[in-house]
Design a protein around this ligand. Structure first.
Ligand SMILES: Cc1cc2nc3c(=O)[nH]c(=O)nc-3n(C[C@H](O)[C@H](O)[C@H](O)COP(=O)(O)OP(=O)(O)OC[C@H]3O[C@@H](n4cnc5c(N)ncnc54)[C@H](O)[C@@H]3O)c2cc1C
Length: 364
């Protein structure tokens, strides 16, 4: 019997497998696909996520491009936000290569990888049976993405509501110089261009309730930026209001719905939740310990969700404030790269809104 079976070998599953195999757990890592496999994603790794990988001893490889400057544009306005010299704001990877590299790292530390589609799990006393793989483990980590079969079959949560999902449509565009977000490219969402070494990952995303409009938005975007559609997929953002563990089963990454409700960034939260899940497995009550360890993250996502409900429907208004008061934009960037806590940024910026409003009205 395995000490731990991890379902899904994306970034969250491979990180958990690496950490647990390294401390001597008999670790099974299962994925329905062999690697490399495609995964719809912009491949943008924030400095915050890159730093966490390096603290864990995991490679951020292979990187296609590092971007220090981020351009945000829309409604005929544009601002450039940059990090301090020497640092980067976003590193861009190709997910098929990045995920394969993380999986190799887990395997090199002793995790056993099996290609197997899992159809569910069943807890029987001190054992969890993995249906489809014909295996048993003391504990299971569900790292099987947005439509997690582990989450549903364990009874930890039901399916996502529409308001818990962002949809992203991703494609390939020619090589552009600057990493750019377009705040007017999609209703209740945005567009992005993430330049790589020879081309760019480009796409649009927004709340799934607007999915047909988002598809039309991609068509407009593709004409403007010569982007060819690859794939679309969902990003779950509802984990902060649902349970993420029960008994012998813990959910991490997209399976737990832990992406950023403002930006859709999921990779940092995938890696961070896997770290907390792996640490909790050394305690007597992993489910309770994991939820306790995750509380600051859940709290952060909860306040981002509240902010998203205010900002996203009024993005034109808030973007004008960003442009007329660039310090707000700069500080926001510091939160997204992990240098400032989101709640401190939000508190600070709320008090600046009246001043920024006056500036934007006066056009200064
Ligand atoms: C269009 C788009 C753009 C995005 N851009 C960014 C970005 O630029 N930066 C960022 O930080 N985040 C981005 N995200 C979010 C990010 O891709 C996810 O948050 C991240 O992949 C979550 O990692 P994960 O390991 O939890 O899940 P996944 O990467 O989805 O991995 C889950 C794995 O589980 C396997 N699996 C699923 N079901 C089963 C089963 N039944 N049995 C066995 N295996 C199974 C799958 O094959 C897969 O390998 C984007 C998402 C989308 C859709």
């Amino acid at each position: 019997m395995w000490d731990i079976a991890i379902v899904g070998a994306g970034p969250s599953g491979s990180t958990a497998a690496y950490l647990l195999a390294k401390i001597g757990f008999k670790t099974l890592l299962l994925d329905k696909k062999n690697f490399p496999r495609p995964k719809p994603c912009g491949g943008g790794i924030t400095l915050k996520a890159g730093k966490l990988l390096s603290e864990l001893g995991l490679p951020l490889e292979p990187v296609e491009a590092y971007h220090r400057e981020v351009i945000v544009k829309g409604y005929d306005k544009e601002i450039t936000v940059s990090t301090s010299p020497g640092g980067y704001a976003i590193a861009v990877v190709r997910r098929e290569e990045f995920d394969k590299r993380l999986l190799e790292e887990a395997v090199s530390w002793g995790a056993s990888f099996q290609v197997s589609k899992v159809y569910g799990i069943r807890e029987r006393g001190n054992v969890v049976k993995i249906v489809g793989a014909d295996e048993e483990a003391r504990y299971v980590i569900g790292a099987d993405g947005a439509n997690s079969i582990v989450a549903i079959s364990s009874g930890i949560r039901g399916s996502w509501n529409k308001g818990d999902l962002i949809i992203g449509i991703e494609g390939v565009a020619p090589h552009y110089e600057k990493l750019t977000f377009m705040v007017d490219a999609a209703p209740y969402g945005y567009g992005w261009i993430f330049p790589r070494s020879t081309d760019s990952n480009a796409g649009v995303g927004g709340m799934i309730e607007k999915s047909s409009e988002i598809l039309s938005a991609f068509n407009m975007f593709s004409l403007k930026y010569k982007a060819k559609m690859n794939r679309s997929w969902v990003i779950p953002i509802g984990g902060h209001r649902k349970p993420i563990a029960k008994g012998r089963v813990l959910l991490v990454g997209d399976s737990a719905g832990l992406a950023d409700p403002l930006t859709g960034e999921g990779l940092y939260y995938a890696i961070r939740s896997s770290l907390e899940a792996a640490n909790s497995l050394e305690s007597g009550e992993p489910d309770k310990d994991y939820m306790r360890r995750m509380e600051p993250i859940i709290e952060e996502l909860r306040s981002k969700r509240k902010a998203a409900k205010i900002i996203i429907p009024r993005i034109n208004f808030f973007f004008n404030l960003f442009v007329s008061y660039p310090e707000i934009a700069r500080r926001y960037m510091l939160t997204s790269i992990g240098k400032v806590e989101f709640k401190d940024f939000w508190r600070w910026s709320i008090t600046r809104i009246p001043r920024a409003l006056i500036r934007s009205k006066l056009g200064i």
